[in-house]
Design a protein around this ligand. Sequence first.
Ligand code: ATP
Ligand code: MG
Length: 458
Amino acid sequence: MTWHTKIAIFDFFKGLFRPLAPRPPADPPGPRIYARSEHCISRALISDPALKVLYRLKKEGYQAYLVGGCVRDLLLGREPKDFDVVTNARPEEIRATFRNCRLIGRRFRLAHVHFGSQIVEVATFRGLAQDDETGDRVLENGRILRDNVYGTIEEDAFRRDFTVNALYYNIADFSVVDYMGGMEDHKASTLKLIGEPEARYREDPVRMLRAIRFAVRLGFTLHPSCAGPIPQMAPLLRQIPAPRLYDEVMKLFLGGYAVQTFEALRHYRLFGALFPDTEFSLSREEQGFPLTFVAQALDRTDRRVQEGKDVAPHFLFAALLWEPVRAHAENQIRDGANDIVAYQEAGADIVTKQIHQIAIPRSVSQPMRDIWALQPRFARLQGGRPFRLLTHPRFRAAYDFLVLRAESGEAEAALADWWTRFQDADEPEKKAMLREADRGNGRSKPRRRRHRPRKAVA
Ligand code: ATP
Ligand code: MG
């Protein structure tokens, strides 16, 4: 989902009307144009569908540009994730130009041009705020809730987030059009917000997360004027709808740079705004295993992404929230609760709290809770229990989780090792391992069950 689509989703927010948007200078300086010979973007690197859309719009007499992440990435010689097109054609005109086109969004309409399974998103230039309350830009405490004005290319550039995200590749002459000094910043590997940083963060606090994501991913330095306000402004993230934060967290941690991103988020006090319970645990035990555990889980995630393997979001979230779950469960166990029940309840409690902040869908939270709930069962090696655990649908993920815990020194290495051998053993070996465990030689004895005293009914 792109930025345009997300802003369109905010339509349902009805709130106080307070237009407060930054405005371009009354007489903005013209753009700097970088001719084809002055930049490295070759048409060979642009996808066929995107090129077709650009050429077709041009043929119909419209302006047509690539913009945003694709231009930024092409200038770095990287393959863009997707190609976003902007034009002065209005949505209805775009639809009339392409047969394979659908308009989406209710207030701000975007065109999706379909080429088989590929979609090229085409947006009309967006404008800036109106000065009065009849304007289409609606803000609450300086944050954009609705936005729906078509405008000129200058206005479109001004309302983008970073200067390097506001470069336009013009299909008419293959030049790069730069209104914001993005090309210089790009050459200097600097990430700089357009406009006044505090106002831009207040307008949309998610820009703080985007700043970290791009700085880490591109290897750019966040300009001091943009880095400075983040720690004080981080709590503004609490205003952001939880589904949007879920999408952002996925992008932050599944992009292949999770370890560096995590460190930067903590440095700028953004991590605590996203995962308050985890931050609380980490800040108490700065040098201890909780930090090692999260760092190792994220490192594993990065390695899988680099190897082109899938990363299950439930494994990632299970790791990010493990320490609060563990601490909560261990407290209950100290109070006499059964360990399996304690882990189940702690998992449920932590998820219930966390989803106010980040809308983790059930399809992710349920397997997360399974992984947590299975952890105490790994310590029960008596009777047929290990055989039953092996057949549990979530065994593999839970076992991988146990190995990570052992690697960070939080679980017993001997226990993880026992399960590693047990899985690969043939039937007679398995039985022998269980006999040994029963004799108490293999792994520690089962935790003695203690029952919580029943609460008196009032
Ligand atoms: P990625 O490679 O991660 O997709 P991107 O820069 O393309 O990076 P998108 O979220 O796809 O990021 O957004 C496309 C463009 O829309 C950005 O480059 C930027 O110009 C603009 N944009 C996105 N989000 C915002 C925002 N919150 N505020 C202002 N402009 C934004
Ligand atoms: Mg993009």
